[in-house]
Design a binder for this molecule. Structure first.
Ligand code: FE2
Length: 395
């Protein structure tokens, strides 16, 4: 199998060329890849109240409900809502039966990501490679079937209690997985707010970042991306170390953070304390119109991190970023950050944590050629995070 894996995936109405621009794809030869990954299959969450969380993502993030599993469909243990926006798919699970293990997960971690599920062409090949490289196989490859066909799946362990399900749905045409029924949003459709998942960031314990970078390299054939930040993040500001790995064509990108020692408590330490261990910190959503997306989300009550006027008024910023799609005054009005590198530029903004614990949050990102993650904005961003940490009494 050669060429750019992913071209054959049904992508709602987001074309492969659109994705190339949206999430910064590169060409690669998958025939040399020991663990070829096509795309994110789904980001799977456990929520304390999946019914209301699914509603939140429809109202505030404009996602569409497409499938459901729960007591009404014969699943007595938990409710599961499947939501999409372009090629992005979220699955929200919540315990129904009092003895559901999902309650235990929620007690420990609060609302969070349990599974960064990956679509792969050959589940057995991936599991065999992962096992040979020492990965923990949580679920052996197996088939699940219903009237829509058969899905082959397995799962391997990642950081904390996070897993990677490996899913081959090439022989399946149901709404999600066997056991789910199609279900439509009761909320009227409106303009889509984002088209794809750009990257999913993991926070790991002090000293564990390189372990997990090496895990993704060796076990899953991921490559190190050009933006390798190492220790060059300003250490006074909620310091962290960060490195980025991706699958061959950069469709699946996993930055990995660990806390760094600084004068103040790292934002990563705050996460690790309140999530009770390593876990997914933020999910970046790719949009082709960040102004419209931020405006719509704010109107729905989503809170974003503030950026001080001084960020926009700094002549150095204006010199560094040059011409971008929208005037700086407009970016300032919406508190959107901008960064430029040798390949192009990107616009980005971060939400406040979306749950009760100061853990999971979102990024919106509009890429124009840049394959980076907004390195030039870390200082401004960390100052904003630090102000929020201070308000929570966690600095
Ligand atoms: Fe990010």
């Amino acid at each position: 199998m050669t060429g750019t894996l992913g071209q054959d995936r049904q992508l709602d109405d987001v074309s492969f060329d659109q994705l190339r621009q949206l999430v910064g794809l590169v060409d690669y030869d998958s025939s040399k890849d020991p663990f070829p990954v096509r795309a994110m299959d789904a980001v799977v969450f456990v929520a304390g109240n999946a019914t209301q969380t699914a509603w939140f993502y429809q109202v505030a993030f404009g996602m569409r409900l497409v499938a459901y599993s729960g007591p009404e469909t014969g699943n007595r243990g938990y409710k599961s809502f499947v939501l999409t926006s372009g090629s992005a798919r979220f699955v929200i699970n919540g315990g129904v039966a009092p003895d559901s293990p999902l309650h235990d997960h929620h007690r420990a971690h609060g609302d969070g990501v349990v599974d960064l599920a990956l679509e792969v062409a050959d589940v057995d090949q991936c599991v065999a490679h992962a096992r040979a490289q020492g990965a923990t196989v949580l679920e052996e490859p197996h088939d699940v079937s219903d009237e829509h066909g058969t899905v082959r799946m397995a799962a391997i362990a990642a950081y904390g209690e996070t897993r990677h399900s490996l899913i081959d749905r090439s022989r399946y045409d149901g709404p999600y997985l066997p056991g789910y029924v199609a279900k439509e949003s009761a909320i009227p459709a409106r303009k889509r707010l984002f088209q794809a998942v750009d990257h999913c960031v993991g926070n790991v314990e002090l000293g564990r970042m390189d372990y997990w970078v090496e895990f993704y390299n060796r076990v899953m054939g991921f490559v190190n991306m050009a933006e390798f930040i190492g220790d060059d993040i300003a250490t006074d500001y909620s310091a962290l170390m960060s490195k980025v790995v991706s699958n061959g064509n950069h469709r699946v990108k996993f930055p990995l953070n660990e806390p760094a020692i600084a004068k103040k408590k790292s934002q990563i330490d705050e996460y690790l304390e309140f999530y009770d261990g390593a876990g997914c910190q933020h999910i970046a959503l790719a949009t082709n119109d960040i102004i419209a997306t931020v405006t719509a989300m704010r109107e729905s009550g989503v809170e974003f991190l503030d950026t001080p006027d001084s960020y926009y008024d700094d002549p150095e910023l204006r010199a560094r970023i040059g011409e971008v799609r929208v005037p700086i005054e407009t970016l300032k009005e919406h508190r959107i950050l901008v960064d430029r590198d040798e390949d192009g530029y990107l616009l980005q903004i971060f939400t406040a944590p979306i749950g009760d614990r100061p853990t999971v949050f979102y990024e919106l990102i509009e890429r124009h050629g840049s394959l980076g993650f907004g390195k030039g904005n870390f200082k401004a961003l960390f100052e904003a995070i630090e102000r929020e940490q201070e308000r929570r009494g966690n600095l």
